[in-house]
Ligand binder design. Sequence first.
Ligand SMILES: [Mn+2]
Length: 307
Amino acid sequence: MKLSIIGVPTYYGCDNDGTQYSPEKLRNANIIKLIKDNGEIEVADLGDIDVIEMMEKDKFKNEKNIKYFESIYDLNLKLSKAVDDAMDNSDFTLILGGDHGIGLGSITGASKHSQNLGVVWIDAHGDFNTSATSPSKNFHGMPLAYLCGQGDSRLVNLYYEGVKIKEENVFHIGGRDIDEGEQKLIDNSKVNFYDKKVIDKIGLEDVVDDIIRKCREQELDGLHISLDIDFMDKFIVEGTGTRVAGGYTVEDTKYILRRLMGIGIVKSMDFVEFNPRLDVNDNTLEVCKDLLSYFGQILKTKELVLC
Ligand SMILES: [Mn+2]
């Protein structure tokens, strides 16, 4: 098993200083060693994407509807290529954000490695705004819509011409803070949307069962997991910028990862929105370490009989 790791030190998509320190903080906390554990995984740390720095006063300079547009466009283009190349040379690629705006580049790169890619977006927020519906104009609330072909054609056609992911191949889990215009876009889409109401009603187990069944029915040959740590409850993850009550536990998150990775088509994953500057006593760092170490254990388990 060969694992590639790419860091994306940016906060431009959330406009909340601190997420750019996440890759460094995680590396310094020895997450590569934690993932490797007994050495069965060969890890290639490919370093960080080079992010163009922008001044705060220039954030709306050339695009009034998306903050820090130039840097966001550039880093996602570089990330698309980096993930595409990494996936050529490894079995699994892990992308460490940064804010969730990096999902555009990581999934664009991953989309080159499947005929029919699925995406599981684990998040308290929809991330399905376009620049027209977004109240904040922060790009981290938008990447999923652009990946599905909505909004500004410069971002939709990033890296290569065309829509990157079919709406019906998107599985969103954990939504509980959705903007009004965004909800309309979701309702009018074919995205599979398992929000808090659905999860409370049928439970996480049935949600994951449903996703796995659809992966088979729709004959997906690749699955990308995009994990925003704000999926977890606000009291569990102090070190993230947009915390929402009524969230889920570390065990819930591990359960989803274990089940999904068990079906054998997951080849890439984002780990985003950890903000070391907001963390209290490294509590959230410990949560991240626990999750990434668990992720390493799943990677090492060759034969999973979990579905
Ligand atoms: Mn998100």
